[in-house]
Design a protein around this ligand. Structure first.
Ligand SMILES: Cc1ncc(COP(=O)(O)O)c(C=O)c1O
Length: 383
């Protein structure tokens, strides 16, 4: 069996699906774009999404020619509530994106049932939640389709990468037709990705994390190395020329390896997150409500900071691998969001306030005691 076939089979196994329902792409966002196109979504159509996401999500909608319609989030979950979504629906709504921020799938069945009744498609953004479950079913099981990311910080990593799961098989032929336009990955890109994966494996550790992160973000913005987002995707809404790219060999082989480790990694993340949640609750800090914990696959543990810069500096000193999702309504864009259709971020007050205060703790740390000690020492900086 080729590594591509083995990879698809491994993903399908976790999703209780067939390999024919799994489609591989260079990045998760490419899968989203392909799904929107397969659904026939384009000019004049509206797609509903949270106003607390990664900029590449509205980019995919705009590249398809459609209009993103944003909804504020609920501070308890960092997800929009079903009633907020329903209020945003118009006769032009063609699709609702259901995101599982930091790994939490919540009220997905309610949103998807509502959408199905209204003949509106649903796509789950499971980029944070592959391997997790909602009401006993794998994340991504309730909607017409879902997409997933295997970028560096995701449930398992292929450097960059992603895939889509098509549950509504009525769209199978359309998606296959759309995929005919996929650009094969050039050998040089496959090679650079292999090199980056090796460097990540041998050079990245708690001590080098901050320096390498800054260097990687700088180099990927300039296009010198393969990055999570090229400078163009952050600065404009024009589709990059080589955007619609297929998956590569190194992603397949790396993916097969990553899937094998996934159950252990998930267990570790959940175990750590429960300890962090207990600490936050005992200390009167923001924490995830007990009723949500069992459905949460905890890619990251969110922390709401009184002083984000100071908390970051302290984490830097203590070699804690902190994340900064989402540092804007459309991460990582700073400054005007007008090109993406947001003229005033205060239309989304909770997302706006949260993006100024939120950081994420590494749920996958091998040294949870060190992290808890760090929290204890910096308690005063946490809300
Ligand atoms: C919520 C969300 N959606 C989509 C994506 C895009 O995934 P990818 O980088 O694989 O395109 C990300 C990336 O981190 C994300 O955080």
């Amino acid at each position: 069996m080729s590594s591509q076939a083995e990879y698809k089979k491994g993903i399908a196994h976790i999703l209780n699906a067939t390999p024919e329902q799994v489609f591989l792409y260079w990045k998760g966002r490419v899968g989203l774009y392909a799904l929107l196109r397969a659904m026939g979504i384009g000019k004049g159509d509206e797609v509903i999404l949270p106003a607390f996401t990664c900029v590449v999500v509205p980019n995919a909608i705009l590249y398809a020619g459609a209009t993103p319609v944003y909804v504020d989030v609920n501070p308890d979950t960092f997800l929009p509530r079903p009633d907020q979504i329903k209020a945003a629906v118009t006769e032009r709504t063609k699709c609702i994106l259901v995101q599982n921020t930091f790994g939490l799938s919540h009220q997905v069945d309610e949103i998807c049932t509502y959408a199905r009744d209204k003949k509106i498609y649903t796509i789950e953004d499971c980029t944070h939640g592959f391997g997790g479950t909602y009401k006993g079913q794998p994340n991504g099981s309730f909607s017409d389709a879902a997409f997933y990311s295997t970028q560096w910080n995701k449930p398992f990593s292929t450097g960059v990468g992603g895939f889509a799961y098509l549950r509504n098989t009525d769209l199978q032929e359309d998606l296959m037709k759309v995929n005919e336009a996929l650009i094969p990955v050039p050998a040089a890109k496959n090679f650079s990705l292999r090199l980056l994966i090796l460097l990540n494996k041998y050079l990245l550790n708690d001590f080098t994390y901050w320096t390498l992160l800054k260097l990687y973000r700088f180099l990927s913005k300039t296009g010198l190395v393969i990055g999570s987002s090229g400078g163009g995707e952050i600065a404009s809404t024009e589709m990059p020329e080589d955007y619609f790219m297929a998956s590569s060999k190194v992603q397949h082989s790396q993916g097969v390896r990553g899937l094998k480790k996934l159950p252990e990694d998930l267990k570790l993340r959940k175990r750590n997150a429960l300890k962090l949640n207990d600490w936050m609750r005992e200390n009167g800090k923001y924490h995830i409500d007990h009723s949500l914990v069992s459905n949460h696959s905890f890619l990251k543990y969110p922390v709401i900071c009184k002083d984000k810069d100071l908390f970051t500096a302290k984490a830097n000193e203590s070699n804690i691998r902190l994340g900064d999702w989402f540092n804007s309504l459309l991460h990582p864009v700073q400054g005007t969001l007008s090109p993406w259709g947001i003229d005033d971020e205060n239309q989304f007050p909770i997302a706006a306030a949260t993006s100024k205060k939120i950081l994420n703790l590494p749920a996958d740390t091998e040294n949870i005691e060190k992290l808890l000690e760090f929290l204890e020492d910096n308690k005063a900086l946490i809300e």
